[in-house]
Design a protein around this ligand. Structure first.
Ligand code: GN1
Ligand code: MG
Length: 374
């Protein structure tokens, strides 16, 4: 049997949990943190669960600042949800404080942990079998963007500097090629060419920010389909989760990354790239859901670049997988030696398909935009 990665007695003590501990199970969908669902029984005999996470401090080097961001954003969302008559226990994550009022605790091994409410009767998905779910996903992130429109952005820390600065990601990629730390460069020559052929794309949004053409907003920055919870009965999106990368950013990062992950007809690590393509029906659903919430707060320039952002975020993510492959898999969790290379190939197959479909994506976006703004 595997040993328990945390000490339940310690958690119960630190958080002053009064319920009876029943056990835990791991949640395995993320590439970065370790997540566990802890189950308890209340005095009345009902089940009560909490979500325990170990923060990967190799990736998140400033866990205290990261938690300050999350606490500020979730407290702000909580107020908004209450104002709108929603249920703040289900519609946002809530950070649970320790007995001493802290949002984090450090165990004896020096690991950083945090505890959240667990959203019952809800689920997350990796592939949107039903297109309606993808509409719901767009709505969730559009609403998230809209609700945070008046959040004081200057109070947020940039917990991972230049997270979606594609230009800097490109520089990191070239450095990885040059250093070839893994010695696997020869296995990735076509992929390296693919990245280099699109170097100009990497600067587009960064340059627009510098020229004041795109507004900085409070963004999620990791808007994968499995980062939204859906209600088990109504199948409506209820809550945006995984807030570690909430930072100042572009609405385009969030839109683009959702499309990258969820509108792909194959999984992020599908080995058969012939299965990879951009689903235009799913793209349309997302645009509809997203613009139904955020359409009125976005600038025309943001809307114009939505389709491009899908391509750029896919390119950037593929480039990050490739960089990690060349560096010897030091960032993303991998299940086998070529995993990062496989992931990179799916991303580039998707980029290529988006390039073929770019005009169509633009048309769909503008049509939907007209509907919500007319
Ligand atoms: C990571 O942890 P997870 O799986 O939600 C990564 C994202 C990538 C994603 C690719 C902090 O997200 O940026 O887009 O993998 N998160 C971080 O699946 O680097
Ligand atoms: Mg995540």
């Amino acid at each position: 049997m595997n040993s328990t990665p945390f000490n339940p007695a310690e958690i119960i003590e630190i958080y002053d949990i009064r319920h009876k501990y029943l056990g835990y199970h791991p949640l395995c969908s993320g590439h970065i943190n370790d997540t566990y669902v802890l189950e308890f029984q209340t005095d009345e005999g009902s089940k009560h669960s909490l979500l325990l996470q170990r923060i990967n401090t190799n990736v998140f080097k400033k866990p205290v600042e990261l938690m300050q961001n999350i606490v500020a954003v979730t407290s702000f969302l909580r107020e908004k949800i209450i104002e709108e008559g929603g249920d703040p226990e289900r519609e946002t994550l809530n950070v649970i404080r320790t007995k001493d009022g802290d949002f984090l605790f450090v165990d004896k091994a020096g690991h950083y942990w945090r505890l959240y409410n667990y959203i019952e009767n809800a689920y997350s998905v990796d592939i949107p079998e039903d297109p309606k779910l993808f509409y719901e996903l767009g709505k969730a992130f559009g609403k998230f963007q809209k609700m945070l429109d008046s959040f004081p952005i200057d109070t947020l820390h940039e917990t991972i500097p230049d997270f979606h600065n594609t230009k800097k990601r490109y520089e990191a990629f070239e450095k990885a090629v040059e250093e070839n730390l893994s010695g696997r460069l020869e296995n990735a020559l076509p992929e390296i060419e693919f990245v280099r052929a699109r170097k100009a794309d990497a600067s587009v949004l960064v340059d627009m920010i510098a020229e004041g053409k795109l507004p900085l907003r409070v963004t999620h920055n990791d808007t994968k389909l499995n980062n939204v919870m859906f209600d088990s009965e109504s199948h409506k999106s209820i809550c945006v989760v995984d807030l570690d990368t909430v930072m100042p950013g572009l609405s385009l990062y969030d839109f683009g990354d959702s499309i990258r992950f969820g509108a792909n007809t194959a999984a992020e690590d599908e080995k058969d790239v012939s299965k990879v393509s951009l689903s235009l029906p799913l793209y349309t659903e997302y645009v509809k859901g997203y613009l139904s919430e955020a359409g009125n707060i976005l600038t025309p320039a943001e809307v114009e670049y939505l389709p491009f952002s899908a391509k750029l975020m896919t390119y950037e993510c593929g480039m990050r997988f490739l960089t990690d492959f060349l560096n010897g898999d030091t960032y993303f969790k991998t299940k086998y030696p070529e995993h990062n290379l496989v992931r990179c190939r799916t991303q580039f197959a998707l980029v290529a398909d988006m390039e073929r479909k770019m005009d169509e994506m633009q048309k769909i976006t503008q049509e939907e935009y007209k509907k919500v703004t007319s």
